[in-house]
Design a protein around this ligand. Structure first.
Ligand code: 13P
Length: 344
């Protein structure tokens, strides 16, 4: 019996308190480099540190964000006044977490399919991250939809690896965020996304069972069920909510305390509208919240442009998106909120 079960539950309670959600600020060097380049910002350790400090130091953000997923570089960095980021976040009432996967590569012999790396040495890395203050971890598996992908083998291989990650994290008292993402890229219709998402989730929970993962001690981070980005027919928010909830009810045990969606390339407004529609249907077995990167950060990053004179404008946009998504989680979001940004 894992002696950390009370610790896992206590972390999850803190993450769910609020009603708040998670900020994914764990972009790898490659990903943040691309996002910075789009906004003509040079990507250096110092620009990345400054940008992340902008996000974390936003006044009042702790009212809407309960936890932040950090990248390895950031967990070792400090604020401009010399406080380590995990300690700074904790003082604000925000729980630090850490991405522990090492990204995706091509799955050999399965063209178009991906597998996530990072299991080697994972237990030791987790212990070090815990010493640095992390209370939860994240691992992302990625599935693309195409003519013959994802293959059943890729689904099972990734489900195995995700479950192994989850069991290692729980064995040292860290809450694993299990993230199987079915990508929005492609021309597929929403029905295909629903079918693939259901198959992937069922396989993930099958393997979590084999690995004896304690379901009350995980957070699931799935995609919403959406039409492919290049499909001309865009589903309504109501259809997204209905299909997403149906898929989750068919595949996610009620023992799982929380589902925190990724935004996955939706616009910031779409992600909020969809989360609000999902939370309109009350009385689901799990809390349904957000763990967004792009849907929280796109607008503040565009406003900041690497220029400190834009800091307040960027923080205001970040606070506004966090506030709207928190309201969407609570079921109190309305389109009116979008035109009333909060004052810092
Ligand atoms: P997006 O919200 O931009 O999809 O990012 C979430 C995430 O953590 C990806 O791993």
């Amino acid at each position: 019996m894992n002696s950390y079960l009370p610790e896992l539950q206590s972390t999850i309670e803190k993450i769910l308190s609020g009603p708040r959600g998670l900020l994914a600020a764990d972009e790898s060097f490659g990903t943040i480099g691309k996002r910075f380049a789009k906004n003509s910002i040079e990507s250096t350790p110092e620009t990345r540190r400054t940008y992340r400090e902008l996000l974390f130091s936003t006044p009042g953000i702790e009212n809407y964000i309960s936890g932040v997923i950090l990248f390895d570089e950031t967990i070792h960095q400090k604020t401009s006044t010399g406080v380590a980021f995990p300690e700074y976040l904790k003082k604000k009432g925000i729980i630090p977490g850490i991405k522990v996967d090492k990204g995706t590569i091509e799955l050999s012999n399965y063209t178009g399919d991906k597998i996530t790396e990072g299991l080697d040495g994972l237990l030791n890395r987790c212990i070090e991250y815990k010493e640095k203050g992390a209370l939860f971890t994240k691992w992302r598996a990625l599935f693309h939809i195409g003519p013959s992908i994802p293959s059943s083998f890729a689904i099972e291989a990734n489900a195995f690896v995700l479950s192994r990650f989850a069991s290692i994290c729980q064995s040292c008292g860290l809450v694993p965020i299990v993230e199987p993402e079915v990508s929005i890229e492609g021309t597929h219709d929403i029905g295909m996304c629903e079918e693939v998402t259901e198959t992937v989730l069922k396989s993930v929970f099958n393997f979590l069972h084999f690995h004896k993962v304690y379901l009350e001690g995980i957070i699931l981070k799935p995609n919403m069920v959406l039409s492919g980005k290049d499909n001309p027919k865009k589903a309504s928010s109501e259809e997204v909510a209905e299909r997403t909830l149906r898929t989750l009810r068919r595949s996610v045990p009620a023992a799982v305390p929380a589902i925190a969606f990724l935004s996955g390339g939706q616009s910031p407004l779409e992600a909020t509208q969809h989360l609000a529609a999902i939370n309109k249907a009350k009385n689901q077995p799990w809390a349904l919240t957000f763990s967004f990167s792009r849907a929280l950060q796109d607008l503040p990053l565009q406003a900041w442009k690497g220029n400190q004179s834009n800091l307040i404008a960027a923080q205001q946009l970040f606070l506004h998106r966090a506030q709207c998504n928190s309201a969407a989680r609570e079921g109190t979001w309305s389109a009116l909120m979008e035109s009333e940004p909060p004052r810092l």
